[in-house]
Each structure stands twice: as structure tokens, then as C-alpha cells.
Design a protein around this ligand. Structure first.
Ligand code: ATP
Ligand code: MG
Length: 445
């Protein structure tokens, strides 16, 4: 993309409505614009990152054997009356009437809808196990939408639902989700710690929330610092293997890590004092096993191997895709702006032309652009007639992890400059070598 042809409405001033850094930087970098309280338009740069996050979530879900689909945002109230949640859900549910005076709602989540699909089409244990998911907009009429996309009213969420014959099978689905979530967050350059949580309105005995540590997080968390040493890395886990998934769950959840809802002071005090941590975190996902709560209420039964009808065991699993963008920025920025992890950056590499209009500099930038593109990479080329300082400030603000700077002086010596956004370190090298290096960095991502 050439910046002169793009739509990147960066702001020079700090917007006064933004209280936390991620909100401020997303507004300044021209990624979002508030449409009304807690509801945002995703401008091109923000939309690009959102699509990247969505893709990673899809890829990791499919890798774990889960099946994508799409359910609508508007739902009929009837199903929610059946489950009993129409009255329970309270003010957060946006209730709407259609022209026939029928009660509708903008879905805050989808347990009812998916259970209805399941009971209409699945009748035998032979069709199990089954895990369906979608990535769709949700609406919750939050009392205090704030912090930009972190606590929106409209937000983008992956929600998945597993259906199993037995509790044992459903717990394997639970463990499998925990593993796939760890992989998902790591690909985004994030450490998200699974913490024992509270069932809330969805209910259930087994539930973990995934938290990214950040001072601006809304949840208070208590943990053994040893949990922050754990990394998933690029382990090749067999998702069908009960033992392998169970082993990962045990490794990542056996140390103390809880949100304030489930915190137990006595257990916490058993941790050696120098490892006890009280901090704040951003909830970026949650997994639940809730047994037969919905299947019994909504008659989602299958015929078991013995011919008897039994309610299925279910769980649900959510990732806050739009909130993740805020969480990543909270975890990765400096005074100058965002620093995207390579896995989610909107463009792989910036190209800054120090002397637009100079024949050689323009030609060198065009050649770099073509070589990067030919390798499947997406550069963002700042080809505007602007001062170098302004170009650098924009690149730093929008946070592309790598920048190639091209100027007549370097070109005389046959070199361009490759700069890391994270470390600020630069090296001079021939243009082809810079392209190679960038390609190597992104290989496999
Ligand atoms: P919270 O406690 O933050 O209100 P929740 O526990 O109600 O969230 P879940 O039902 O577990 O949310 O939804 C799954 C994920 O969706 C959450 O882990 C979070 O990342 C995201 N999410 C929930 N509410 C919002 C919101 N208002 N804005 C943005 N993302 C949200
Ligand atoms: Mg939650």
C-alpha cells in the first residue's frame, strides 16, 4: 500500500476522551472512530489488524478440530425464554421489537441459538463429539463502556460450543480449548495466563479466564510468579490425545493463578512470599464446561449406545477478538506509539523515502516494494511529500515492527537502512539483503 493512496487519518493531538494508552493510540493511529458510546467504526488500519486477529483465531480453532459457521446477530426472544435467560440476563441485553411486535434481541452470546441448531439436527451419539464455533459481533449494553474497544457495547467475539456424550469427553473438549487458546495468544505475541474463574451467568463448575497482565486491566489477579515463566512455544500437540491435552492443562493451571472472584487468601499464602503477586489483568478469553444445563432446559438429547435418550454435555468458549487489539497495545507500546508483534502487524514493513521526487530514491523504493510484495509480504510505503521527521513519527505511531529507510546518501553507497521498531536499532545493508532479512523474519508466521 502506498500511503498517498491510503486512508490513515492520524491525529497529532492526544484525544481527551481516552483514559488509557491503547485507546489513545488506536484513535491517534487512525484505527477506530467512535460512532456512539461503546460502538466503533473500524477504519482501514484497525480493520486490517482485526482481520489478522480473526484469522489467527480461525486457524487455531480449525487446527484443534473445531468447525466454523456463522449465526446471526439478531435473535428471537423465544429461545431465551426456553432457557430461562431472557429474564435472568438483565439490562445488558439489548431488547428490540420488530414490526410485528415480536420480541427480538441483539445476541450477547449464543448458547441458546446453537443448542436449537443442535437439537434440530443431531439425534445420535454417533454424531458426537462436535464443536461448532463462529466469530461474530455481539452486543452487551454495558453500564460503563470505556477504554475504547476494551469494554465496548458492540464487540467482536469468537464463541464456540462443544457437544459431547459424556462428562469425560466434554472435559477433553475443555482441555483442548485451553491448549488451542494458549497457542492462539502466543501467536499474537501475548502472554495470557489461564486463571481459575467464576461461572457467572453462564454457570458451570469448570471455568478458566485468560488474562493478560496490564496495569490498566479491570480485573484484580493473584498469582504465583512461576506461571509467567511458562510458554507454550511451538509444541506440536495432538488435539485428539486426551493425555497430551490433559498434561498441558496441568502444566498451565497447577500453579496458583486466580481472579478476585475465586481468590483464596489461605492458599495464596502457601506460595513462597517472593513469588506472590497481586496485579491487574485484561480478560481476553474464557472457557466453560457447564454439563447439561442448557441441554436439559432445551431438550438437546441424543440416543446413547444403549438406546436411551440422554442430554448432551456442553461447554462454551469465548475469545474477545476486538478487545485483544487493545490488550496487545497495552502490552506492547512505547512513548512514540504502538509496537506490533510480527504475528499481527497490519503491514509487515514500512518503506520511508527520505527524498520523494528524487529519481534514484523513488526507483529504489519502487524496487523494494515490488520485491517485498513478490515474496508475499505487505509493505506500507510512505511516498508522501513530507519531511523525514513527520514520516518517521507516523511509522513509529502506527507501530510496524520493521522499517526500511531509503535516501540518496545511502544509495550512493549501495545501502538502505533497516530499523527495528522494538529496539530502535538500525543496520545498513544492500536493498536485496534488507528484503531477504525481512522475509526471514516473517517466514513461518
Ligand atoms: P467481562 O467480565 O470483561 O465483562 P465476560 O466475562 O462477561 O467479560 P465472556 O462472556 O466470558 O465475557 O466473553 C468472552 C470474551 O469476550 C471475554 O473474555 C472478553 O475478552 C470479551 N468481552 C466480553 N465483554 C466485552 C466487552 N464489553 N467489550 C469487548 N470485549 C468483551
Ligand atoms: Mg468472561
Amino acid at each position: 500500500m502506498r500511503l498517498s493512496r491510503y486512508f490513515l487519518p492520524v491525529l497529532k493531538e492526544n484525544p481527551s476522551e481516552a483514559q488509557i494508552v491503547s485507546h489513545r493510540l488506536m484513535l491517534r493511529a487512525g484505527m477506530i472512530k467512535q460512532a456512539s458510546a461503546g460502538i466503533y467504526s473500524w477504519l482501514p488500519l484497525g480493520f486490517k489488524v482485526l482481520r489478522k486477529l480473526e484469522n489467527i483465531v480461525h486457524e487455531e480453532q480449525v487446527r484443534a478440530g473445531h468447525i466454523p459457521m456463522l449465526m446471526p446477530t439478531l435473535q428471537s426472544a423465544d429461545l431465551w425464554r426456553e432457557s430461562g435467560r431472557y429474564d435472568d440476563y438483565g439490562q445488558e441485553m439489548l431488547r428490540i421489537k420488530d414490526r410485528h411486535d415480536r420480541d427480538m434481541l441483539y445476541g450477547p452470546t449464543n448458547e441458546e441459538l446453537i443448542t436449537d441448531i443442535f437439537r434440530a439436527h443431531v439425534g445420535s451419539y454417533k454424531d458426537l463429539p462436535l464443536t461448532l464455533y463462529h466469530i461474530q459481533w455481539k452486543f452487551r449494553d454495558e453500564i460503563r463502556p470505556r477504554f475504547g474497544v476494551m469494554r465496548g457495547r458492540e464487540f467482536f467475539m469468537k464463541d464456540g460450543y462443544n457437544f459431547d456424550l459424556t462428562k469425560e469427553d466434554a472435559l477433553h473438549a475443555y482441555n483442548r480449548h485451553l491448549v488451542s487458546y494458549l497457542r492462539t495468544y502466543e501467536r499474537m505475541g501475548l502472554q495470557a495466563i489461564p486463571m481459575r474463574a467464576d461461572g457467572g451467568p453462564i454457570g458451570g463448575d469448570y471455568t478458566h479466564e485468560f488474562l493478560v497482565l496490564a496495569e490498566t486491566g479491570e480485573s484484580e489477579v493473584f498469582y504465583d510468579s512461576a506461571v509467567t515463566d511458562l510458554t507454550f512455544g511451538d509444541r506440536d500437540i495432538d488435539y485428539d490425545s486426551v493425555e497430551e491435552c490433559q498434561a498441558v492443562l496441568e502444566e498451565f493451571t497447577s500453579k496458583y493463578a486466580r481472579t478476585d472472584e475465586t481468590h483464596d487468601e489461605a492458599l495464596f499464602n502457601d506460595i513462597p512470599e517472593d513469588r506472590r503477586r497481586v496485579a491487574r489483568g485484561i480478560e481476553v478469553g474464557q472457557i466453560f464446561y457447564f454439563g447439561t444445563k442448557y441441554s436439559e432446559a432445551m431438550n438437546a438429547v441424543v440416543q446413547g449406545p444403549d438406546g436411551k435418550q440422554v442430554p448432551v454435555h456442553m461447554g462454551s468458549h469465548g475469545i474477545g477478538v476486538s478487545r485483544l487489539m487493545g490488550a496487545i497495545i497495552e502490552a506492547s507500546h512505547d512513548d512514540k506509539g504502538i509496537i506490533w508483534p510480527e504475528g499481527v502487524t497490519p503491514y509487515h514493513c514500512g518503506i520511508v523515502n527520505l527524498k520523494q521526487g528524487d529519481e534514484e530514491a523513488d526507483a529504489a523504493c519502487d524496487a523494494l516494494y515490488a520485491s517485498l510484495t513478490a515474496l508475499g509480504l505487505e509493505p506500507l510505503y510512505d511516498d508522501r511529500n513530507e519531511r523525514a521527521g513527520g514520516k518517521f513519527a507516523t511509522m513509529d505511531l502506527i507501530g510496524l515492527p520493521w522499517r526500511i529507510t531509503v535516501g540518496p546518501r545511502g544509495l550512493k553507497n549501495g545501502v538502505v537502512e533497516l530499523t527495528s521498531r522494538r529496539t530502535g536499532e538500525s543496520e545498513e545493508l544492500p536493498p536485496e539483503a534488507a528484503v531477504q532479512k525481512v522475509a526471514e523474519i516473517y517466514a513461518g508466521l
